[in-house]
Design a protein around this ligand. Structure first.
Ligand code: PLP
Length: 442
């Protein structure tokens, strides 16, 4: 099927395949679709950057998450990738959602998700966004300060509050604790203030930092939460929700790291929140679900060769996407990810140290801090980057007038009637026609 052209109904008589979705052949991957698209574009001068998202990957990630952490209900972090297709598939699979703002709440509620399946997990919220949550019945709100309690008492006294704890996150690639989280000492004061204001604190949350490198951060944070549960109960709060946040690794090849993390988390939960304790456990994974959904294809738009002192030949490649587009977070990664070169080359081409620049006039606009080793390439050649689904399109800007890369969404037709795999969480709303294309599946 030529890209972008809708296929006819795929084995579901009477149903129409959504024209925005590419129908994957059995076994076909996003990478193969990207190659086809590159081939189509190779005769044209319009070689704009693009991504291909295989939505079926979300189903396998969801299965892996639920199998590894059977007591934990995932509330997907919308900030990671807020595409409507990603959200629709996750809704169909039955996840909850972690929203950070009014726009995200609006987006998720607009899909028909019950407010009980949403946590508004930004501890520092604008008043108007709190009022929006109140109007729409999104009750779970996180907080970590006295000032937030004052705002909630005034604008949403019926909220069910979740106290966000500080964590030790120095080993995460993207630490968060400098900005968010209350220390254990502060928790006691906050729990008392909440009681005095007549507010209900129903649980605790934490975030070990995104792309966490050590599962022991989870162990310590879960133990801290248990202490805060005891404090909260002593102040008369009905503590019944533990939110273990995000931080799980994503991308291809992260499975062993994730399995080890899950093992440590399960053991910590068994110790501090054993089964039968009546505590509902949720998490806010983002990267784990979204990273491996997308591959990105970018084109070389300019090139320079530099001879450094000592005779070292270095190449500067200028690509049509960069730091202000889908590579926003990569300057903060310790190691660059080496792209796949889409070009026929001799079997063992010489490699050169290369700096990859983005297309804007800002010299800071590099893809990675470090050089990558690549062969000699030309203007017009393509590079493909795997595992580009997390914090990419959701962070893109139009700086210097470069529009965000477009995304082609693809899926195997047999997956279109994905079924929610976990119907047992009391936090979930009643399933209402859980099909990817509502009402269209037999
Ligand atoms: N929850 C909150 C409150 C966050 O700030 C983030 C990311 O910054 C996430 C969840 C998702 O984290 P991750 O993508 O590491 O799973």
């Amino acid at each position: 099927t030529p890209l972008g052209k809708p296929k006819e109904s795929q084995g579901h008589p009477g149903s129409v395949w959504p024209k925005e979705l590419i129908a994957l052949e059995p076994g076909e991957s996003a990478w193969q679709v990207a190659l086809k698209k590159i081939q189509e574009l190779s005769d044209s001068d319009h070689r704009d950057p693009f991504m291909v998202a295989d939505l079926g990957v979300l189903a396998s990630r969801h299965r892996a998450f639920c199998q590894a952490l059977p007591r934990v209900s995932p509330f997907y972090a919308v900030k990671c990738s807020s595409s409507v297709w990603v959200l629709r598939v996750l809704d169909t699979l039955g996840t909850g959602f972690d929203c950070a703002s009014q726009v995200e709440l609006d987006q998720v509620l607009g899909l028909g998700v019950a407010p009980s399946r949403i946590i508004y997990a930004n501890p520092c919220k604008p008043v108007s966004h709190i009022q929006y949550a109140a109007r729409h019945g999104v009750q779970l709100l996180t907080f970590d300060s006295e000032e937030e309690l004052t705002k909630v008492a005034q604008h949403y006294p019926g909220a069910r509050l979740v106290l966000r704890l500080l964590t030790e996150d120095s080993e995460s690639i993207f630490p968060l604790s400098a900005k968010f989280g209350a220390s254990l000492e502060a928790c006691e004061r906050l729990l008392k203030s909440a009681r005095d204001l007549g507010l209900a604190v129903v649980g605790t949350s934490f975030h070990v930092g995104s792309n966490c490198r050590t599962p022991h951060s989870f162990r310590q944070a879960i133990a801290d939460c248990r202490r805060v549960f005891e404090m909260g109960r002593a102040f008369g709060h009905d503590m019944s929700l533990l939110d273990i946040g995000g931080g799980f690794p994503g991308g291809e090849g992260c499975e062993p790291q994730f399995e080890e993390m899950a093992r440590v988390i399960n053991a910590a939960l068994a110790q501090d929140f054993p089964e039968g304790s009546g505590v509902e456990i949720i998490a806010e994974p983002g990267r784990f679900y979204a990273a491996s959904v997308c591959v990105a294809a970018v084109n070389i738009i300019a090139k320079k060769a530099v001879l450094e002192s000592g005779g070292r030949r270095k190449l500067l490649y200028y690509l049509n996407d960069g730091h202000y587009g889908i590579f926003r977070l990569f300057l903060r990664e310790p190691a660059p990810s080496t792209p796949i070169v889409v070009k026929e080359l001799c079997s063992d081409p010489p490699l050169f140290p290369c700096t990859l620049y983005g297309p804007t006039c800002d010299a800071f606009d590099k893809l990675f801090r470090e050089e990558v080793q690549l062969p000699e390439l030309d203007v017009g050649d393509w590079l493909v980057f795997p595992s580009m689904g997390a914090y990419t399109s959701s962070m893109s800007s139009t700086f210097n007038g470069f529009p965000p890369a477009s995304t082609y969404y693809a899926m195997e037709p047999k997956l279109r009637c994905l079924e929610g795999e976990r119907r047992d969480s009391p936090l979930r709303g009643s399933p209402q026609g859980l099909s990817l294309v509502r009402g269209a599946c037999g």
